[in-house]
Design a protein around this ligand. Structure first.
Ligand code: CU
Length: 259
């Protein structure tokens, strides 16, 4: 059974594949901006080369200091270009910040030095657990020997589990210093600030495992507090939720892909 894994790839230059509508918009915005940027880059490079060639051996510096049409042109054209970028950019930002639909579930994420705690708060189903980076010696015990699915430094012992195709509200805070909860495939990057609860939302379309990392320097083990999110169908999520409250190990064992 092949599962989608949202992780960085070797020699990757673009963004990670989008798994949520928010990331889809960010990807579109990036493509659109690139379409505008490449002609500008080409124009600037050609202009530099052209002017350099034209002025080879010319020791007289140009004394022209006023050219109204030119000044108007280089003011108005950039304004127009920036306006073109502004519109989709603000649209994406507004979409990212608004939670129009009622969330299916709220999950509280608390950052600690140097691990994450996930709290599920449903009526009769309130429980929380810690998510630490997967250690090499845990791989066999947790059946996470496949390093393609569970990459070193990104995989965790217990993932954050979310249902697919449902709006999940994520409340983010910190118990000690400032951390950053970032999952590139979700287009999600929210600071975890002590004493402050910040909310975000995700709606994962494709089931899979998605990796992220703490994105605010938070101390010695900042590089070793990865974020792993497992997105499963609603049915599997409900089964997991029922079990997880009483027996977390069992819940993860039963839900594991390919088993
Ligand atoms: Cu951190």
């Amino acid at each position: 059974m092949s599962i989608f894994v949202g992780k960085p790839l070797n020699w990757q230059t673009g963004l990670q594949r989008s798994a949520t509508p928010v990331m889809k918009q960010i990807n579109q915005l990036m493509s659109f901006t690139n379409v505008l940027l490449f002609p500008i880059l080409a124009f600037v490079v050609i202009a530099i080369i052209f002017l350099c060639c034209k002025n080879v051996g010319n020791t007289v510096i140009s004394q022209t200091n006023k050219n109204l049409p030119l000044e108007l042109m280089w003011t108005i054209i950039p304004i127009m270009i920036l306006s073109c970028i502004c519109e989709p950019s603000f649209k994406a930002l507004k979409y990212q910040m608004s939670q129009k639909r009622l969330p299916f579930i709220s999950i509280k994420v608390t950052a600690h030095q140097w691990y994450w705690n996930y709290e599920y708060n449903l009526i009769g189903n309130r429980f929380n657990y810690n998510s630490n980076m997967l250690k090499q010696q845990q791989r066999i015990g947790l059946k996470k020997t496949n390093s393609g699915l569970y990459p070193e430094l990104l995989a965790t012992d217990y993932e954050l589990v979310v249902p697919t195709r449902r709006v999940v509200r994520i409340l983010i805070t910190s118990a000690d210093v400032i951390h950053g909860f970032a999952v590139p495939s979700f287009g999600l990057k929210i600071d975890a600030i002590p004493g402050k609860l910040t909310d975000a939302w995700i709606k994962v379309i494709t089931p899979g495992i998605y990796y992220g990392q703490c994105s605010e320097f938070c101390g010695r083990d900042h590089a070793f507090m990865p974020i792993a999110v497992r997105a499963v169908s609603q049915e599997r999520f409900s089964n997991w939720l029922k079990l997880a409250k009483s027996n977390l190990d069992n819940a993860f064992r039963l839900m594991r892909y390919g088993s």
